[in-house]
Design a protein around this ligand. Sequence first.
Ligand code: DX5
Ligand code: ZN
Length: 216
Amino acid sequence: MTKIAPSILASDFSKLGEEIKDVERGGADYIHVDVMDGHFVPNITIGPLIVEHIRPVTDLPLDVHLMIENPDQYIEAFAKAGSDIITVHQETCPHLHRTIQLIKSHGVKAGVVINPATPAETIRPILQEVDLVLLMTVNPGFGGQSFIHSVIPKITQIAEWRKEDQLSFEIEVDGGVKASTARMCTEAGADVLVAGSAIFNQEDRKQAIEEIRASS
Ligand code: DX5
Ligand code: ZN
């Protein structure tokens, strides 16, 4: 069954705890936390302090997506705050292998992310080291953008390499995911779908989650 990871970026931050409980009751598999620094992406969002405060609110894994420069500097803080999965962008990591090992050294699952314009080949050497590969289907920075269809062949490619090399990392897709775009992602090989606006902009989050899962 496809896993659904609601992105709290689209939630009401004045009642973040309740919003998280709502999607947990609604059948979410992960809570996706978008961390932005105003440098790598043109927006500023969440720091380790917020992760620490939402940690006791849910039993679901916290899937922390770091859209920040120099992620090495903050990995320990995000790990100690209670992250279960930390993903870093290939584009921000000149020493990607070292960064992935640093995440794992804290007992946290490690993932690598690539932007829509970044070729899949750039992460091939690291695939055997990661627990998750996240493919951006929008340019990161904001919720509510349109799905970029040209990323689909990259999902297929990563899934092919996973099979070829007998690896078991999860493939996650992030950006513009909704009922109408879910199927093409899972058909290409995605296991986890991140969705922000398609879930939090709906009154009934359980129904929104079920709709995405059912169409996937
Ligand atoms: C984009 C973030 C996404 C975003 C997805 O920079 O990484 O996780 O919250 O939002 P939607 O689902 O609205 O495109
Ligand atoms: Zn994200």
